[in-house]
Design a protein around this ligand. Structure first.
Ligand code: AMP
Length: 598
């Protein structure tokens, strides 16, 4: 076995340690099972050392005995004071590194002496040197310092050899960095970088805290900002609400007995809508978009020349960020590897490569498609009733659960029709419909009655869908089996078509029997779910599909893709019972085959 070189992400807010084992990087957990160590160091009231979560918890109560965000001072001559003693930034960072080293040694059951440590791309030589020294104080030989975006790129691209231009968008708790990196022959190079090391998820928390304080002042006439205990609870609640809003359209913020005012207890209870929250944080997001343009300019690139966007840092789970990036680049960002752990994993990959191991990119179970619904919206500037609204985006790690809110469009609307689609087209009708159902018995309300649609997809490809009237809790659910297996199903279909075509005309009857199964989209409990009723495959069409299947292996890539699309379109049209679409697809397939066979 080669020697162990661990990878460490020494972050401003949080730090992690990882090791490359069994062909993949693994982040190592402390004794309490935690993978993330807050980069906070403190002393308790008896003078005992606190590192991580415990130190963070005492920050608001005892700031004079707690040090946060020491990374911002690395390389400077500052000292920080902790219970009357002064420490250099390297020493505080060394305490964090030492704690991580101990964790790794306990998990691995052996001594750990060497590490790769990551730093931001903008770090100067002095700051890099200070990081190296922190490692040495902690008893680690720092075999290499690498840039954080380089580490992220390695997680997604290690072992790949084609050249690529990648944008790494890294938004952590307190810092934002955007870097343009190029990978060529497995070597990662940062070509430009820009950011703001005082911008991050903590600012989002502060916006929610401000909103809560205003609410308490206006609704209950109380001012709590003078109470550190109440403020600590509000901050924790605000962060929890922020995280909840990444996957849900509403968050409840509740704290009982927050404080006493005028001899009576004050309880906090309010609801925050994602839409409202997004207006609070929009200026921050726009600031990151401006930084992106500066980084692109620095690299001499335009947005359209970026081939991949990688999301790093916990705050990139905010859906608005993904949405804005997609608008600017027309490219879905990748964030399937845990955004908090990605940099440590990349450092571990680099460590293993230095130790002589063969390394490869990280593979994660993700959804190969986007899942969503249709709603009234605008398509190409025109009102359109079937706009596709993504809920679970392509490349999201599974299992996953996400919800979105929709609103009724008419006064006294007593029912809504919900359709679930898989695909990427902005026109829902061009995607594959997986199921549909109706929720009736809605309360008699004006237009704008919120309906929460919730999608939960598990590793077995079972998609559970529920639609709930928020006001009353009235709910309707369906389960769609094999939501992920459609692609495999398509592959199976193609293979079957190819084999069928070998038997060709001799065996038409058998083939027709086989086609009888087709169109079953496995919807349970769906009222009026499309089950392929209406049209059954006819023998001519079977023959056409078989001919198309037989051609797949003998044509060029472009024609092959076109054939596959048309075969799938035909099958989907059949399954949906859409005669007009079947006729169109049949005509297009006939034309293409005529062209390919002559
Ligand atoms: P990092 O420094 O990369 O660990 O990122 C920490 C920041 O990410 C903190 O501000 C967290 O509150 C934030 N964060 C973590 N999870 C989420 C989430 N699900 N949605 C939004 N922000 C999150």
């Amino acid at each position: 076995m080669s020697e162990i070189i661990v990878g460490i992400d020494l972050g401003t807010t949080n730090s992690e340690i990882a090791v490359y084992r069994a062909g993949r990087p693994q982040v190592l957990a402390d004794d309490a099972g935690r993978l993330i160590l807050p980069s906070v160091v403190g002393l308790d009231d008896a003078g005992g050392l606190l590192v991580g979560e415990e130190a963070r918890n005492q920050f608001l109560l005892a700031p004079e005995r707690t040090v946060r965000s020491i990374k911002r001072r690395m390389g400077s001559d500052d000292t920080v004071s902790l219970a009357g003693q002064s420490y250099r930034p390297q020493e505080i960072s060394a305490i964090i590194l030492k704690r991580l080293k101990e964790t790794a040694e306990r998990r691995l059951g052996q001594a750990v002496a060497k590490a790769v440590i990551t730093v931001p791309a903008y770090f100067s030589d002095t700051q890099r040197q200070a990081t190296r020294e922190a490692g040495e104080i902690a008893g680690l030989e720092v075999v290499r310092i690498i840039n954080e975006p380089t580490a992220a790129a390695l997680v997604y691209e290690a072992g790949q050899h084609q050249g690529k231009r990648i944008l790494v968008y890294d938004l952590g708790g307190g810092t934002f960095d955007v870097s343009i990196v190029r990978i060529e022959e497995g070597v990662v190079e940062v070509i430009s970088s820009h950011g703001n090391n005082h911008l991050g998820g903590d600012d989002f928390d502060q916006k929610i805290v401000g909103h809560i304080l205003d609410h308490l002042k206006i609704k209950q006439g109380v001012e709590v900002s003078g109470s550190p205990q109440a403020m600590a609870r509000i901050l924790r609640s605000a962060e929890a609400a922020k995280k909840h809003l990444s996957d849900h359209p509403f968050a409840r913020i509740e704290e009982e007995y927050l404080i006493e005012s005028g001899g009576r207890p004050v309880h906090l209870a309010l609801e925050l809508e994602r839409e409202h929250y997004e207006t609070m944080i929009a200026p921050f997001i726009e600031e990151t978009m401006e930084a992106i343009h500066i980084a692109l300019k620095g690299a001499g690139l335009t947005a359209s020349q970026v081939e991949e966007i990688l999301l790093v840092g916990g705050a990139t789970r905010t859906p608005m960020i993904r949405r804005r990036l997609e608008q600017v680049f027309g490219l879905a960002p990748r964030g399937e590897v845990d955004a908090d752990l990605c940099v440590a994993m990349g450092a571990a990959i680099q460590g293993a490569a230095i130790a002589g191991d063969e390394v490869s990119a990280v593979l994660v179970d993700v959804t190969p498609y986007t899942f969503g619904t249709s709603a009234l919206g605008e398509l190409d500037g025109e009102p359109y009733p079937y706009c596709f609204i993504p809920i679970i985006p392509k490349n999201t790690p599974i299992p996953v659960r996400k919800s979105e809110v929709f609103y009724t469009i008419r006064d006294h609307q007593r029912e809504v029709e919900v359709r679930i689609y898989q695909g990427e087209d902005r026109d829902a009708r061009r995607n594959i419909q997986l199921g549909e159902f109706r929720v009736d018995g809605l309360s008699n309300a004006p237009a704008g009655n919120p309906i929460v649609l919730d999608l939960a997809l598990d590793r077995d490809g079972i998609l559970k869908v529920s639609a709930r009237e928020k006001k009353t809790g009235l709910e309707h659910r369906i389960t769609i089996d094999r939501a992920l297996s459609r692609y495999d199903q398509g592959d199976l279909e193609r293979a079957r078509l190819r084999i069928d075509s070998l038997f060709d005309d001799r065996d038409d009857d058998d083939r027709e029997d086989a086609e009888g199964d087709e169109g079953d989209d496995d919807i349970q409990g769906a009222e009026g779910g499309s089950d392929g009723a209406g049209i059954t495959a006819d023998a001519d069409l079977d023959g056409l599909l078989a001919r198309a299947g037989a051609k797949l292996d003998s044509v060029g890539e472009e024609d092959r893709n076109e054939l596959i699309d048309l075969i799938e379109t035909t099958r989907d049209a059949l399954a949906a019972g859409d005669r007009a679409a079947v006729a169109t697809a049949r005509q297009q397939l006939t034309d293409l085959l005529f062209y390919l066979e002559t």
